[in-house]
Design a protein around this ligand. Structure first.
Ligand SMILES: [Zn+2]
Length: 352
């Protein structure tokens, strides 16, 4: 892995991040996998964006741990780990690797699950693999469903939710659909999950993919009535969205997550007409011409660019400051909330 901080990063970390974060951090959203598990000949295009694969072709557990050491000098980060695979890849191997790495390093982990897995097989594999829950993904929804018509229950089935609920598992959920957080179908199903599955811990990843202000709509008018579902702030740099989140959702249900390895990316994210664009230094990530979410730039803006990870944290800290979130509440978001959630899901944190 060719990854190091430059002087802009070092300065940014020192002035904006370091003193505002607790010494111990839990990162609830991280992908760990090896390129070997990937199918090299895919029949059909994925139903998701392509840029993440330009940033990292894989993320071994060693690279993962090294990334934290580089990005957070002086701090200790414990990740919740899961795989990063899509249809055609070797999910079995991906899950075995996660299970092994988790045991070796005493990290909590989630099992990657397809919606058609029989319930008893799911339950057995999660328990024997030592996982604390499941990661589901919209790419595994039945193939006949057009991308923008996929609903949460098409890839996170009620049967799987029931078994997760019975066991008090964590469920990492990246919501579908082009309208993202504000989509009424998404909102209705998130509300239903919140109300019906009282014992499972469902995490809505990336604040429901609300990366631009336009993605929020009236979502929080409804979601503020939820009582259980969690939100992670992973791969999101929008301080206005974070402010709306903090104003409407108890901070005890907000979790720090990164989405490593893509958070190693050097970028400045902007929004144009409600669409997010990752500005990147020219030439750094190969040919990006076919991904409309990527745009190369040069000059001062490129020279001053820091890491996606730091941009996310800085945006959250800014929002926290603007809504007057206490220092102890910031510590909750970066550590305590995840700690309680993991312990409730049966993970033994020991004396950590
Ligand atoms: Zn992710």
């Amino acid at each position: 892995m060719d990854f190091r901080l430059n002087h802009v990063d070092e300065q940014f970390y020192k002035t904006t991040i370091k003193d505002f974060l607790p010494e111990d951090i839990i990162d609830v959203h991280t992908h760990v996998w090896l390129d070997d598990f990937r199918c090299k000949k895919k029949e059909e295009p994925a139903r998701t964006v392509s840029w993440p694969s330009m940033v990292a072709k894989d993320n071994s557990i060693e690279d993962h741990i090294t990334s934290y050491q580089i990005m957070f000098p002086g701090k200790k980060v414990m990740p919740l780990i899961f795989s990063n695979l899509s249809p055609g890849d070797d999910l079995e191997k991906g899950n075995e690797y996660i299970s092994r790495c988790a045991k070796e390093h005493q990290f909590p982990s989630l099992m990657y699950v397809q919606p058609n897995m029989p319930v008893d097989e799911l339950e057995r594999k999660v328990i024997t693999g030592g996982f604390v829950g499941i990661k589901v993904y919209l790419d595994f929804a039945p193939k006949y469903i057009p991308q923008n018509e996929i609903r949460i229950y098409d890839f996170l089935t009620r049967e799987h939710l029931e078994v997760a609920d019975r066991n008090g598992w964590i469920v990492m959920l990246h919501i579908p659909r082009n309208d993202r957080l504000k989509d009424p179908v998404n909102i209705a199903q998130m509300m239903e999950i919140d109300e019906r599955y009282k014992n499972t811990k469902v995490i809505i990843a990336h604040v429901g993919r609300a990366y631009c202000n336009e993605d929020v709509g009236d979502a929080f008018l409804h979601l503020r009535k939820t009582q259980r579902i969690y939100f992670d702030i992973s791969a999101n740099c929008n301080d206005w969205v974070f402010k709306e989140l903090l104003k409407n959702i108890d901070h005890k249900r907000i979790l720090f997550g990164s989405d490593l390895p893509i958070l190693r990316m050097r970028t400045k994210r902007i929004c144009e007409n409600g669409k997010y664009i990752n500005l990147i230094p020219k030439g750094m990530y190969g040919d990006v011409s076919r991904d409309s979410h990527m745009r190369e730039c040069t000059g001062e803006i490129a020279d001053q660019m820091t890491l996606f990870m730091y941009e996310e944290i800085a945006a959250f800290l800014e929002a926290a400051q603007e809504v007057g979130l206490k220092e102890s509440s910031i510590q909750d978001v970066f550590y305590n909330n995840a700690r309680s959630m993991l312990m409730n899901a049966g993970f033994d944190l020991g004396l950590k």
